[in-house]
Design a protein around this ligand. Structure first.
Ligand code: 13P
Length: 239
């Protein structure tokens, strides 16, 4: 599965044009492509994707039911807008809005309740890696979710080391392998989908995808260019 996270990018017309280009990427039926535009363009992008196998996703939601929550969107709204995926716990939200896994448990639960797929992001900072605490940090971000007693069937995990995001330096295959293996062991699901995210580009994709531990990618910057995104999809299919 290759998922595009457009983050806070694209005007309305750019979003529509980019979605049209992504829709026309040819790939095998077994290769799942998803795009997560800014929430405000979900409806416009949903119209473009009608009848296509490309999945649509939100970049965030909260776990609350309908009510007085100014500026928030819940899982049922995401479902109603035509989404199948919801990214949760991205490091940019953990850093900027102090989101923690404990806070995100209700959001994961509500996304699963709607039948949608949470794409749950975890990843260590550079300081944590440099001090030899990368695994501890990632496991620490997962544990509160695993301890919440939810049926996590269907959950996708995205391992995104913070220091690799937007830097042009993706993690090494060895580091990715170790982390993905650890994640699968902790969630106790050998078949869990674990995506890698962090400077995945047409140049790095072949190496990243060379590991059987990698179930796909969550792509930021390179997903804003349809040709680059298509090249990443092609690299996936060549591995
Ligand atoms: P980049 O691909 O720009 O490094 O971003 C990765 C990411 O944060 C995807 O969620």
């Amino acid at each position: 599965m290759i998922i595009a996270n457009w983050k806070m990018n694209t005007t309305r017309s750019e979003a529509i044009a980019l979605a049209q280009d992504v829709r026309s990427i040819s790939c095998r039926p077994s290769t799942k492509i998803g795009i997560c535009p800014p929430a405000i363009w979900i409806d416009a992008v949903s119209n473009v994707l009608k009848g296509s196998p490309v999945l649509l996703g939100m970049q965030n939601c909260i776990g609350d039911p309908f009510g007085a929550q100014t500026g928030c969107i819940n899982a049922e709204m995401a479902k109603g807008a035509g989404c199948q995926l919801v990214i949760l716990g991205h490091s940019e939200r953990r850093a900027r809005f102090s989101e923690t896994t404990e806070m995100l448990v209700p959001a994961v639960a509500s996304v699963l309740e709607t039948g949608n797929i949470p794409v749950f992001c975890i990843g260590e900072t550079l300081a944590e890696r440099d001090s030899g605490r990368a695994i501890e940090a990632v496991v620490g971000q997962l544990k509160p979710l695993l301890n919440a007693g939810l049926d996590l069937d269907g959950l996708i995990i995205a391992y995104e080391p913070v220091w690799a995001i937007g830097t042009g330096h993706s993690a090494t295959v060895d580091d990715i392998c170790i982390m993905h293996r650890t994640i699968r062991a902790i969630v106790d699901r050998p078949d869990a989908l674990v995506l890698y995210g962090g400077s995945v580009s047409p140049e790095s994709a072949g190496t990243v995808f060379s590991s059987t531990e990698v179930s796909g990618a969550l792509v930021g910057g390179a997903s804003l260019n349809a040709e680059k995104f298509a090249a990443i999809v092609a690299a996936w299919e060549q591995n």
